[in-house]
Each structure stands twice: as C-alpha cells, then as structure tokens.
Write a protein that binds this ligand. Structure first.
Ligand code: ATP
Ligand code: MG
Length: 418
C-alpha cells in the first residue's frame, strides 16, 4: 500500500470542519478590517526566496524544496508567503496610486524540516500583510487581530510576545555588542550558531538548542540599543496594545529567523503544544520592498501556523460534525426513484439531505439516520405511494406526520429551512 510522504498530512472529515470554521472566522475578521485576498503561486523562482528570506537562515540553508524544472530553471515551492506577496505588490504596481494595501492569503507552505508533532513539511499558513504603512498602529492592529481571532476560536493559554529589532541606524551597534558577547561563549554554541555568530548574530538569539540558550543567558538586550525613532515607535505600539487591553510580554530575545525584519516583531506563543510553542509570528519588514526592486516603502505582517492553531482550537471546539436535516428512507425500487427526486430537489433548496441508495430494511435505515444524527426521516414505500403521502418522523420526539406527495419538496423545504 502506498502511504503519504513523511511530514505531509491528510486533513480528514471530522477534523476538516474545524479547519473550515477557522478559515471562515479568519476571512471574516480580516475582511472586516479591509484586508483583500490575494492568491499567489506555490512555485516561484528560487532567487525570490534567497533574496528575501536571506542566505543565512534555516529556511534557505536547508529547508527549501528547490529543484530544476524541465527547462533548467531553479524553482522553489514557497516556504512562506510574504516574499510572493511583496513580489506581486511590486510586479502589479499595487502601491500606486495609494501605497497602503492590506492583503491576506491562506494556503500551503513547504519546508523540509524534521517532522514532529506540530511541525510538518507541508503546512498551512494564514498570512496577512499591511503594506505601505509606517505607523506602529499597523503593528498594533496585527497583534490585535491575532488575539481577536484566537479569542473567537476560544483558544486559551496563549500570550503575545513583542520586541523591536531596531533599524539600520541602531541595529549595528547592538549587532556588534552581541558579536562580542558571542565570541566569548563561542565554544558553547551549536555548529550552526558557531557559523552564524559572525555573519548573522541575531539569528543565534533564535536558536532552539538548549546549550545555546544557556550560553546566551548574559546576552545584551536590543532594547537598550534602540535609536530615538525606534524607541518612540516601540512605545507607541505598547501604548496602543495597552489601551486595547491586549495582554503582552516584552521579550528582548524575540527575533525573527528572516533577514528583512525591522522594528516591531511579535509572536503568539502557547504552552499547550509542547516544543512547538509558536502559533503565529510576524513583524515589520521596512526594507524588503526596496530590496526586491520596488519603491522604498514600509510594511508589516504576520503568519499564523494553521496546523498548530487548529490543534489549539480543537481543545475547546464544539462538535462541528455536519448532521443531515433529513434522511430519506425508501423501500422498494419505485419508492426509491420518487425519493431520489425529492432528495435532489430538497438538497437544491437548502436542506442537508442523506439517503440510502441500496435495498435495506426500514429498521436498518432508521438506525443509519440515527447514527448520522438526522433530525428528520422521510419514509416512503409501496403503501405510501399508493395512498399518496409519505411519513415524516421527528427523530427527537419520535412523532410522525403525513406529508402529501403532491408538492412534497416545497412543503418539506419550507418546513425545514425556516
Ligand atoms: P518555528 O519557530 O516553530 O520554527 P518559524 O519562526 O519558523 O516557527 P514562521 O516562519 O514565522 O515560523 O511561520 C509562522 C508560523 O507558521 C509559526 O509560528 C508556526 O506556527 C507555523 N510553522 C512554521 N513552520 C511550520 C512547520 N514546519 N509546520 C507547521 N507549522 C509551522
Ligand atoms: Mg522554523
């Protein structure tokens, strides 16, 4: 038997209803705040991700699904959505005449990481970006939207972590201080960090290896190196969150694994998913649009890990299994033909219908209707056809009533859809 590829997954009926609900809630919330959907391709030129995510990152160094297509071009299955959204923003000049654009997308991402609980090689993200807006209010809006979505899904045990990564004016002095500190503990760093500490020292703060975490105990804080503008923006973000009543923790160790982030950075963390604690992450990336060849415009955004969010939401989710409104139980071929026409007609008119297509006893059909949680059963056999009416049974009260066959679809639809 052929099984699916390691790190890939099926979302089965039973689980998919929650996925649909999350997607519905996310779309509704984002669209209420003026976000418009954008659908971007799964495959992009490798160069796009190399340039936007950065060479010295886990994603580009070892996680991308990259291959030469049949024409020899290096292509990559998108590991995240921001790069493509920015590419589209530039390519279609979405910045003109008004640069401010709120965009979102929902879809699969691909990273060849070590598969484990909460970590897959194909996973889904809900990605939202506010492009062309410099105000820290945009960052506050994103953190608010994340917490609001989690609240709507009754997710508990989460906290928002925020930090600032500074800008081109102030990050270099922090980088230097960090580099010096890392040089002093270099023998305690993992192999990746020993390499990164010189070229991308900020990434070391993000390392998950316990020995590195310990070695970093005395690391300097970026917040002590912020320039006046970055400090002012960070204070504005914190003020906005406080006045909205959004709880958060300032976490000076929080850096994003991607090179293009500047200033505000944030993450939603949970204690409920074991080692995979990040449910969503995001932040400002004021340099990316220009670096990818567009105008010099600021931007900020987030990505929610859908798989992890679904796992959290499942802890408090009600039973979402769809139940038929009406089960049609027919006995004998002529009755089944009549019932099939009603089945199609009622389904088309908005009734959730189910029907047994084989020849089964009434008892076993009633059992099936019960198993599926049908609210009503419409029973029809030879006798009913002869007397010109079918029996409609309320599965809760077990009471039955007769429905004339003449105009049955309209009558039952009106009854069940009211
Ligand atoms: P992590 O620290 O867990 O590796 P990350 O910093 O690589 O996350 P981002 O690139 O910021 O994650 O992606 C945003 C969100 O996507 C994460 O917070 C997480 O919930 C989810 N995510 C990232 N990688 C995976 C994966 N391999 N499988 C499932 N979800 C993932
Ligand atoms: Mg990662």
């Amino acid at each position: 038997m052929i099984q699916l590829i390691r790190g890939f997954r099926d979302i089965l009926p039973g689980e998919v209803e929650l996925w649909q609900k999350i997607e519905r809630e996310a779309r509704e919330l984002l669209e209420r705040f003026g976000f418009r959907e954008i659908r971007i391709p799964i495959l992009e030129k490798t160069e796009l991700f190399r340039r936007s995510i950065g060479e010295e990152t886990d994603i580009v160094e070892k996680e991308m699904y990259t291959f030469a297509d049949r024409g020899g071009e290096a292509v990559t299955m998108r590991p995240e959505a921001t790069a493509s959204i920015v590419r589209a923003y530039i390519q279609h000049k979405l910045y003109a005449p008004d640069p401010a654009k709120r965009l979102y997308t929902i879809g699969p991402m691909f990273r060849r990481e070590r598969p484990q609980k909460g970590r897959y090689r194909q996973f889904t993200q809900i990605d939202a970006e506010i492009l062309g807006v410099a105000s820290p209010l945009a960052d506050a809006e994103l953190v608010f939207l994340l917490t609001s979505l989690l609240r709507r899904l009754a997710v508990e045990d989460v906290s928002a972590h925020v930090n600032s990564l500074g800008c081109a004016a102030c990050r270099p002095s922090f980088r230097l201080a960090l580099q010096e500190m890392l040089a002093a503990v270099s023998d305690r760093l993992c192999e990746d960090c020993s390499r990164r500490r010189v070229r991308n020292p900020l990434r070391v703060l993000d390392c998950k290896v316990p020995e590195c975490r310990e070695a970093l105990a005395g690391a300097p804080s970026i917040l002590e190196h912020l320039c006046g503008d970055c400090r002012r923006d960070f204070d504005l973000l914190r003020d906005a969150l406080e006045s909205l009543g959004v709880p958060y923790v300032v976490d000076p160790r929080l850096v994003r694994g991607l090179d293009y982030y500047t200033r505000a950075t944030f993450e939603i963390q949970t204690g409920a998913l074991g080692a995979q604690s990040a449910v969503a992450g995001g932040g400002r990336y004021d340099r990316l649009i220009a670096e990818l060849g567009g105008p010099d415009l600021p931007a900020t955004g987030f990505a929610i890990g859908f798989d992890r969010l679904a796992e959290l939401a499942a802890l408090n989710a009600p039973d979402l299994r769809p139940k038929p409104d009406l089960f049609l139980a027919a006995l004998g071929e002529p009755a089944r033909r009549a019932a099939f026409a009603w089945y199609c007609g009622l389904g088309e008119r908005g009734v959730r219908v189910a029907m047994e297509f084989g020849e089964k006893s009434l008892k076993s059909q009633l059992k099936a209707a019960d198993r599926e949680g049908a609210a009503w059963v419409l029973m029809v056999g030879e006798d009913e056809l002869a007397r010109g009416s079918a029996s409609l049974r309320d599965m809760r009260t077990k009471r039955q009533r007769e429905i004339p066959l003449e105009g049955l679809v309209e009558k039952v639809a009106a009854m069940l859809c009211e």
